[in-house]
Design a binder for this molecule. Sequence first.
Ligand code: SAH
Length: 246
Amino acid sequence: MKEVKLLTPDRDPMGAAMADYLARGHASRLRVFSSQFDEDEIPVKELFRTYSQMPLLERIALDRAEGRILDVGAGSGCHTLALQAAGKEVEAIDISPLAVEVMRQRGVKQVRQADLFDDRFCGAYDTILMLMNGSGIIGRLENMPLFFRRIKSLLHPDGAVWMDSSDLRYLFEEEDGSFVIDLAGDYYGEVDFRMQYKEVKGEPFDWLYVDFQTLFCYAAENGFRAELVKEGKHYDYLARLTRTGL
Ligand code: SAH
């Protein structure tokens, strides 16, 4: 069972960074730590990207989003606002209270603080968007059945989920082009992260990068068809998930 977790403002570094950026036009470093990688940073400005600044994979998902749309993990609301501007009906959710506040200030009409995995969050949508490594929200492979149960309850029978991810296998690539992956270990796309903005430290969280084949198999086992819509420039892809009626 996945723990339901809404953030609080004192433990919401990404939200704090976005609030600063919105108020002052710039932000300090949003630092990312992981037990698997070196320290990294998220450029806060990129969380405020406009439609024309978005990667092609994201623009395709926005162009094809229709009906009642749910933007899951909406962040600063960049996708929600682009859809609103295109006259589409869209609702945003995020576990971050400060992201929700930023979205309200930016003019997102329908937004609430909610966890996708919380059964109390319900609705009926034609399109569900999970963008910017949106598979991350699933956390770990073991949460896949629960994830598909949740989207089954939120999605119209003929609706679609649009999700992007990266295949992290390039991190294990040898000079000769082969891949060395420890099949007995955890799945190579399961990552842990922790973020910090100024003095605000977030709790560690699981983030799932999933390769398309793995996503395809889990989808099939859970009554969904996964279609590879478009590949990006660097081991990333956009997938469309639809129900098979099982
Ligand atoms: N989609 C945005 C933000 C991506 S960052 C963009 O493309 O810019 C991922 C976001 O997902 C964060 O704002 C985080 O707070 C949110 N999030 C993480 N887990 C979530 C969950 N279980 N339910 C809803 N939102 C979640």
